[in-house]
Design a protein around this ligand. Structure first.
Ligand SMILES: [Zn+2]
Length: 501
């Protein structure tokens, strides 16, 4: 027991004693409200004691433009405690929404995911991230008295990789009859450009995050991380998750990182290291494209397999790391543009890791967006900057129909408006998902650790849950978790930022 815990325990004893005396003197009718009052008093005392914890020193949080900015600093355990404490209500809320989705799609109970986290993932997590994850649980419990434990948190951190990579692999291994159809997700539209493609000849990077609106509306954290070891990080992220996970981030040694996932990826290595751990580690410790590749490959488990789009502002070089499980490939250039919209391009990766994907069909979301990136980036060669990148992330040109219409094939995705859905990801017609936020930065901004970010559809459109659910009762199961997703303004965030007075 440390000092702060002793202090908290002492406060609790005093309160409990007082409540018991008062209880003895009151009538039975008052017992329910007395009990409520006691619970509230204990909770308040716990929060006061937790707020005095020395691990919170230096950490802070504020809200702007629809985002929550969170500054974490120190050793891994302290950063975890700060994260858990300062985002406690958001973590509990996000955990409820995410775990419901994981159980719904896989038809597995939560105990299944806890077991996978405990037995398969936890032993391979680096010690510093184990400490950080434990810290999150401690901070969360100190603030709200949450029942979540570290197995819950690890399963939750792996929400992109357990349900859509591990479970389909396991179903196949176990030759499960009547297993639910599960497909790896197709998250995001992104590009990184450099040299003669950009206005100033330096790197420009932009990304919008595609996911369910249920999860996406909660993907509203800007993490400013000053770790004891490794580089300073500025990234967007999800409450309670230690990696950016969608992904968009920069580090103080000059690395700029984003990605889009590989559609219809298949494969999993149960002996590998969780993707969320490798992705966080690479952003924290890689100072070059080669180091990034090395960290991502070490223990590659095939989870959340991405086309990583990278920039090194020190050299002006950009790269694409197509990270399959059986195959991978790296392209790099100091004069070019690399775009992603959830399609693998290396023949070997396609053959071995995404054999079902059809790279020809112009009607599919990944291929239609690929064609649009080609057009849009070529049209704007030599003019690309952050302002233009923000506009591109909100683009609604559908190359398959050759018209303007926000749908599942546009860079700014609105699948809730599409009678087709996205069959490659098992997104049924009118699936409430699409582009949920956007970010952009360039080499100059990255040097000053600055990014632009917009919450909600990057085009500025709003999603309203109530009319949607009324029109689409097939998604009624999401009702407890599906909220309005209103677009905020493009907002600048920087490392070490203080809230506006
Ligand atoms: Zn849009």
């Amino acid at each position: 027991m440390n000092d702060s815990m002793r202090r908290a325990a002492a406060i609790l004893l005093v309160i409990l004693g007082g409540a018991a005396l008062w209880w003895a003197g009151s009538g039975a009718a008052a017992s329910a409200s007395a009990n409520d009052a006691m619970v509230a008093t204990i909770a308040a005392a716990r929060e006061r004691a937790a707020a005095n914890d020395p691990r919170l020193k230096g950490a802070s949080r504020f809200e702007e433009g629809g985002w929550i900015y969170l500054h974490l600093e120190g050793d891994p355990g302290a950063m975890g405690y700060q994260h858990g404490y300062l985002l406690a209500p958001e973590i509990e809320d996000a955990f409820a929404a995410v775990s419901a989705g994981m159980m719904h799609s896989t038809e597995r109970d939560w105990e299944f995911f806890r077991k996978a986290a405990h037995e398969m993932l936890w032993p391979k997590i680096d010690v510093e991230y184990q400490q950080e994850l434990r810290g999150i649980v401690e901070g969360l419990r100190a603030r709200t008295g949450s029942n979540l434990d570290v197995d819950d948190l690890v399963a939750f951190n792996a929400f992109e990789e357990l349900p859509d990579y591990y479970v389909p692999w396991l179903n196949k291994q176990q030759k499960m009859a009547e297993a639910p159809e599960l497909k790896s997700p197709g998250n995001c539209s992104a590009f990184v450009a450099t040299g003669s493609w950009t206005k100033d000849g330096l790197i420009v990077m932009a990304h919008n995050n595609w996911t369910s609106y249920r999860n996406g509306e909660r993907w509203r954290i800007v993490f400013d991380i000053a770790p004891k070891n490794g580089y300073r990080i500025l990234m967007d992220g999800f409450p309670g998750v230690i990696a950016s996970d969608d992904d968009f981030g920069i580090n103080s040694d000059g690395l700029m990182v984003t990605e889009t996932t590989i559609t219809q990826f298949e494969g999993w290595d149960p002996n590998g290291k969780a993707e969320f751990v490798r992705a966080r580690k690479a952003l924290q410790y890689a100072g070059s494209i080669d180091e990034y590749k090395e960290i991502m490959l070490e223990g590659n488990n095939g989870g959340y397999a991405n086309d990583w789009l990278l920039g090194d502002r020190k050299t002006g070089e950009i790269a694409q790391l197509e990270l399959g499980l059986k195959a991978h490939k790296l392209w790099r250039t100091k004069d070019g543009v690399l775009a992603g919209s959830n399609w693998a391009r290396d023949p070997q990766v396609l053959k071995e890791d995404a054999p079902q994907f059809d790279p020809i069909n112009k009607e599919s979301s990944p291929n239609a967006r690929r064609a649009r990136w080609d057009e849009l980036l070529k049209e704007n060669k030599g003019k690309i900057d952050v302002v233009l990148a923000e506009k591109m992330l909100g683009d609604h040109s559908d190359t398959a129909q050759k018209k303007e219409e926000a749908n599942e094939r546009t860079l700014c995705g609105h699948v809730d408006g599409s009678p087709r859905g996205v069959k490659e990801w098992e997104w049924q017609p009118y699936y409430p998902g699409g582009a949920v936020q956007g970010k952009a930065t360039d080499a100059k901004m990255a040097k000053e650790m600055r990014i632009m970010a917009r919450m909600g559809h990057p085009c500025g459109g709003d999603f309203l849950a109530k009319p949607f659910l009324a029109a689409h009762p097939e998604y009624a199961w999401q009702e407890p978790y599906l909220r309005d997703m209103k677009a905020g303004p493009w907002t600048e965030f920087r490392s070490g930022q203080a809230p506006k007075e």
